[in-house]
Design a binder for this molecule. Structure first.
Ligand code: PGA
Length: 266
């Protein structure tokens, strides 16, 4: 059975001191959950210090980004090769990377390959913009972003993959929970179904069954249960809510309760 996975994307927030304070609070409020996986994605700067203090029974680390070439004259970049001893996961293709930093489909494909080559599990983010949604292009965008990103991976590599459906129009910019639309569980289920369907077509049902699919876009302690109960959803990728220990630890608690029910139901 797929374990519920919660990934806190801290984005470009928290300096080293603030990050270690948050880590401390999370450690206090989140017990060891054997059946829920909790991942933190702090800034690259903070990965190293956190990796030495983190309780590995409770948390794993993810990078938010890295460069696809392992080493060389690339001023300002950090490679997946450099991160491989620090992180289990790397977020790849986040809409902010695509839209603010101009990462195109090819770049994201190269990053996917680089992560896998270095033994880092990609958390591939895909999702349509508001305009694409209004133009009825959601499924096409999902198909294109997914198939190009995973092109060239083996079915074994696909099985370990995490895909996050993050509709760009539902992502809260910063901690502003007020001015954006919210995705309904039905909308999320449709796209999650499409993601598994696409993987089934390309790699077979076994691979599609193993891939974990997350939802991200203004998820928080209040709506976590609703999204986690949506069909096919294996976890959440909160941004804003992951910066508040009480929000994030409640989300973990909700995930643990739902996972317990699933374990009982077999
Ligand atoms: P949000 O961010 O939860 O603040 O909407 C999610 C994300 O961008 O990963």
């Amino acid at each position: 059975m797929r374990k519920i996975l919660l990934v806190g994307n801290w984005k470009m927030h928290l300096n080293t001191h603030e990050a270690s304070m948050l880590m401390h609070r999370l450690h206090e409020h989140i017990p060891i959950h054997r059946h829920v996986e909790v991942v933190l994605a702090p800034s690259a700067l903070v990965l190293q210090p956190l990796s030495t203090t983190i309780d590995r029974r409770k948390f794993r680390l993810a990078a938010q980004n890295a460069y696809h070439i392992d080493e060389g004259a690339y001023t300002g970049e950090v490679s997946f090769a450099m991160l491989k001893d620090l992180v289990h996961y790397a977020i790849i293709g986040h809409s902010e990377r695509r839209n603010v930093f101009g990462e195109d489909l090819k770049t994201i494909q190269l990053k996917m390959a680089a992560a896998v080559r270095n033994g880092i599990t990609p958390i591939l983010c895909i999702g349509e913009t508001k305009t694409e949604r209004l133009d009825g292009e959601t499924m096409m965008v999902i198909h294109d972003q997914l198939t190009t990103a995973i092109h060239g991976l083996t079915s074994e590599e696909i099985e370990g993959l995490v895909v996050a459906y993050e509709p760009v129009w539902a992502i809260s910019s910063g901690n502003n929970f007020a001015h954006h639309e919210v995705a309904t569980p039905e909308e999320v289920e449709k796209v999650v179904g499409k993601i598994r369907h696409t993987i089934t077509d390309l790699y077979g049902a076994k691979a599609a069954e193993k891939v974990r699919v997350l939802y991200g876009g203004s998820s928080n302690a209040e709506n976590a249960e609703m999204y986690l109960r949506a069909k096919g959803v294996d976890g959440l990728l909160p941004g804003g809510a992951s910066l508040h220990y009480w929000q994030f630890s409640r989300m973990v608690e909700t995930a643990a309760e739902i996972q317990r029910e699933r374990d009982i139901d077999g």
